[in-house]
Design a protein around this ligand. Structure first.
Ligand code: AMP
Ligand code: MN
Ligand code: MN
Ligand code: MN
Length: 286
């Protein structure tokens, strides 16, 4: 279906996944727009976790810079035993169905954060709730990254990456499982808002190949359009592997750094490798 495409002579520098202080990024939406522009991004999306609050500022800043902007979101989903992230691109941020769904998704985060802090206190890290709050730009959206930054601040770990091996993950102190939105809900909200649904960083989930294929089949049946192929969370091998899944399952391919901040992210905005020639970019008809 997607074969015989000729190489795009000048592939677009699209970066369709990143985070601001409205979720767990360290830069304001306006700073991100400026950085994306400075790094040569030609098509940019802001995709905060379960939140749309940064989109207006991002859009205004991007417009001022002449940077084409796509409103986005990254929705937390529970599928079987795994937390998945579903990115919505080209969504209408004023859509009530999407707004209500995200509001519901955000609502358990504070209670969860209190429970995380209680576990961390038992593991010898007191006052983690207050410590994490110092890193929160949006009180509705306290998450694991904010705790991770606090644990680095008090020198219990060297960096955020290390925190996610010793704390905050299944089997370690500070892990509180969540029941997020269902896959069907997330895809439904994105579609209700006129957007395109994308499985974020599919290589990051602890799913066996057979389960991953079941996920792709289910997502496709729900009308899911795309998967991230080139993301900051994938290795070079995974760029190839997920390009081949995209072809096999008839998904469009997305590209996004998942940039969270200059100190924390493997790839800066706009610096990822381009999509392999074999896939169709999610933005091909925008
Ligand atoms: P939450 O939505 O509160 O469960 O937090 C999820 C966020 O934690 C992700 O979006 C990442 O920013 C961060 N995160 C999860 N796992 C890792 C990891 N292994 N290394 C660095 N950051 C991680
Ligand atoms: Mn994050
Ligand atoms: Mn994610
Ligand atoms: Mn992300």
């Amino acid at each position: 279906m997607f074969s015989n495409r000729r190489r795009d002579p000048a592939p677009l520098n699209a970066d369709l996944h990143c985070h601001s202080t409205v979720s767990d990024g360290t830069l304001e939406p306006i700073e991100l727009a400026q950085r994306a522009h400075a790094k040569g991004v030609q098509l940019w999306a802001l995709t905060d976790h379960d939140e749309l609050g940064g989109l207006e500022r991002a859009a205004a800043a991007a417009a001022e810079l002449g940077l084409p902007f796509i409103p986005g979101v990254e929705i937390s989903v529970t599928w079987r035993h795994e937390t998945l992230h579903i990115v919505g691109l080209r969504i209408d941020p004023t859509n009530d169905v999407l707004r209500a769904g995200l509001q519901q998704t955000r609502s358990g985060r504070t209670i969860r954060a209190r429970a995380m802090a209680a576990q961390l206190a038992e593991a010898g890290i007191p006052d983690a709730f207050e410590g994490a709050l110092n890193y929160v730009g949006n009180p509705d959206l306290i998450g694991r990254t904010h705790f991770a930054r606090y644990i680095v601040e008090i020198n219990r770990c060297d960096d955020v990456k290390e925190v996610f091996t010793k704390f905050l993950v299944a089997g370690k102190p500070g892990y509180v499982p969540m029941q997020w939105a269902t896959l069907e809900e997330a895809v439904g909200w994105i579609h209700a808002a006129g957007g395109v649904a994308v499985i974020a960083h599919p290589g990051r989930y602890k799913l066996r190949d057979a389960e991953l294929r079941e996920l792709f089949v289910e997502f496709k049946a729900m009308g899911g359009e795309a998967i991230e192929v080139v993301t900051g969370s994938h290795s070079n091998d995974q760029f190839r592997r997920f390009a081949s899944y995209a072809k096999e399952f008839g998904f469009l391919a997305s590209r996004g750094s998942d940039f969270h901040g200059p100190e924390e992210s493997r790839f800066d905005l706009g610096t990822l490798p381009h999509l392999p020639d074999s896939v169709v970019p999610v933005w091909h008809n925008w």
